[in-house]
Design a protein around this ligand. Structure first.
Ligand code: ZN
Ligand code: CO
Length: 329
């Protein structure tokens, strides 16, 4: 799993520009799926199981947050707008990378003492000597530039949100046996800018059950918000986030699969956050959803951190789930 996570997290894939990530995923799922297709928004959908089977949707998003160039100053400095949710204080001083590999540093106009950093006073400097020399156009998008690091079971990388979910889905598809269900593995586009890929793909798939794998903020760092999820204690089954109330019957099904697989799980209730589950839940006449999450520190930074054992546990749960009876009661 680690090599796959390295490959996926180091790839370039801000919202709307998921093609590199999609190509990697396609390469890994092609041999195991009955059908692979890409829709108009760029969602990759890999289907496995008999045509008449009950439709299940497993989803993870391919995109990561980034910055889009809005204007290029005469001196070659790139003004930008955020793509997805950024904390200005965290973005400042990081490196970002464009699709062609060009790297820039994020800096700020002179600040008075005590002034907080503001996104609209920041710029990217790629080392260009002039506007003409910048080699970047308005509309070009950059993501964080950071390498994958591993220490024991801990992993630090950019875009673990949500390439870890993609890695889990790939492995479930590769390792699963025969299933009576029509299982749709959906690698969604544009989650970070409003759950857009999940919205259209859930409509197309029309599932009887939706399961979304994503990160959730752990509460185990110094003076954190202190919610229940901790790294290394198993996937966190999210009961609530700001955008979603997950289905208690679907959660019970996940917990049953976890028990059978001998995997510890945690439960988490959060007042914040949204995920593809919010979009899938309100598709057509409504879809029961579950949201098994990987506890993570430092989400939306170049150094998101997880414990790989939580991802392996999640994979084991889902491998059972795709074979289980889907009668929710
Ligand atoms: Zn995410
Ligand atoms: Co995110």
């Amino acid at each position: 799993m680690k090599e796959l996570v390295r490959e996926l997290t180091e790839a370039y894939g801000p919202s709307g520009h998921e093609e590199q990530v999609r190509d990697i995923i396609r390469r890994h799922v092609e041999g195991s799926a009955d059908r692979v297709e890409v829709d108009a928004l760029g969602n990759l959908i890999a289907v496995r199981g008999p045509e008449g089977g009950r439709r299940m949707m497993l989803a993870a998003h391919m995109d990561e947050i980034g910055v889009v160039v809005t204007r290029i100053d005469e001196g070659g400095f790139l003004r930008f707008a955020p793509v997805g949710l950024h904390d200005a204080a965290i973005l400042l001083g990081t490196r970002v990378r464009f699709a062609d590999g060009q790297v820039g540093t994020v800096s700020h106009e002179r600040r008075e003492r005590g002034e907080k950093p503001e996104l609209n006073r920041m710029y990217v400097d790629v080392g260009a000597t002039s506007r003409e020399d910048a080699g970047v156009a308005v509309g070009d998008v950059a993501c964080f530039d950071a390498r994958f690091v591993q220490r024991g079971s801990r992993i630090m990388a950019k875009a673990l949100d949500d390439r870890i979910g993609c890695a889990i889905l790939i492995q479930v598809l590769q390792d699963m046996g025969e299933t009576p269900h029509r299982v749709h593995f959906v690698f969604t586009a544009q989650e970070e800018v409003g759950l857009r890929g999940a919205t259209t793909s859930a409509y197309a798939v029309d599932p009887g059950l939706g399961v979304v794998v994503d990160l959730t903020e752990a509460g185990d760092t110094p003076k954190s918000h202190g919610t229940a999820a901790e790294l290394g204690k198993g996937p966190a089954i999210k009961i609530m986030e700001k955008g979603t109330l997950t289905d208690p019957r679907a959660n019970a099904l996940l917990e049953r699969c976890a028990q059978e697989a001998g995997v510890p799980v945690q439960r988490q209730v959060a007042r914040w956050g949204g995920s593809d589950a919010s979009a899938i839940q309100v598709t057509r006449s409504g879809v029961p959803v579950a949201l098994p999450c990987i506890p993570a520190r430092y989400e939306h930074t170049p150094s998101e951190m997880i414990d790989i054992r939580d991802a392996e546990g999640c994979e084991a749960i889902l491998r059972r789930l795709v074979m289980s009876s889907l009668d929710l009661d």
